[in-house]
Design a protein around this ligand. Structure first.
Ligand code: MG
Length: 292
């Protein structure tokens, strides 16, 4: 099942996508419930899905991020593909490099909820703040069932589904501050979408992940190549932190980010970044300079 949060005539709705027909059928949800986006479905706790209303063309609606304003920070994993761990350690911006290129345990940081934007929304560069903006294509896990002290064996029982995140990063700020939050949480730095898929429709073993900048392929890998797999990430995070329905975990990015090139290929105004994950779809955002 592919579900999207969208707006039409200024009202937020949640709908079921028919990818072949290119339509979306809104769920019959009260307006105030639809405000939380796909979370309104996740939180029904086995009550089943609401009925759907008449489908409409996808081209008639404006997609929003599946969970437009997460209830708390997006959990993120750093350096979680081998080749990327090495390219980042070489870049000089890795304030964690002293511990070795490949981490012994998952590196966890977060992005603030207000950094989330939809597909086709602009990623804004503030040239007064950073001159080294980079892209990171990532699979994001959406938690469906609350849990604490979750074992690796039962971790996937807590997953509701998946979406795509572009973990946009100001490399100069990431390098300057040993905690990465400032460089990762700038306004508009968490494009998410274009929609969410339930876990039964997504194959962690075979899915490919790619990133294109202006049509030029920069990243091309497989989700199965994660250093710390999704059960390990969920188990690690939930030791002492209760994971809740609607929590989002960005799982890390493969090699090919802008700082992996010599000289680095940073994003500039006018660039279009497209992240594709097999079985989900494509998240596409144009970069623009923030008006001063
Ligand atoms: Mg990342």
């Amino acid at each position: 099942m592919r579900v999207a949060t969208f707006s039409i005539a200024g009202e937020r709705r949640v709908g079921l996508i028919d990818a072949e027909a290119e339509t979306i059928a809104p769920f019959d949800l009260p307006v105030e419930r639809a405000e939380s986006g796909v979370l309104a479905l996740i939180e029904r706790n086995g009550a089943g899905l609401p009925r759907t209303l008449s489908p409409m063309p996808l081209s008639n609606v404006e997609l929003e991020a599946p969970i437009p304003r997460p209830r708390r920070n997006i959990f993120c994993v750093g350096k979680n593909y081998y080749e990327h761990a090495h390219e980042f350690a070489r870049s000089g911006f890795d304030s964690s490099a002293a511990a070795g290129a490949v981490p012994k345990n998952p590196i966890i940081f977060s992005k603030v909820p207000e950094s989330v934007v939809a597909t086709h929304s602009k990623v804004l560069i503030d040239t007064n703040v950073s001159s080294a903006i980079d892209y990171e294509a990532e699979l994001a896990v959406i938690i469906g069932k609350e849990g604490r002290g979750i074992s690796k064996e039962s971790a996937l029982d807590h997953v509701w589904g998946y979406t795509i995140v572009n973990d946009v990063t100001a490399r100069d700020l990431q390098g300057k501050y040993s905690q990465w939050l400032i460089g990762k949480s700038q306004d508009t730095f968490c494009p998410m979408g274009p929609w969410a898929v339930t876990k039964d429709e997504f194959d962690l073993e075979t899915a490919g992940i790619r990133c294109f900048v202006n049509g030029d392929m920069r990243q091309n890998s497989k989700i199965s190549l994660l250093i710390f797999d999704i059960p390990t990430i969920i188990s690690t995070l939930s030791q002492g932190i209760t994971l809740k329905p609607g929590d989002i975990i960005a799982t890390g990015t493969p090699a090919g980010v802008g700082i992996g090139f010599d000289p680095p290929k940073y994003l500039k105004a006018g660039d279009v970044v497209r992240v594709e994950i097999d079985g989900i779809g494509a998240l596409e955002n144009r970069v623009s300079e923030r008006a001063q």
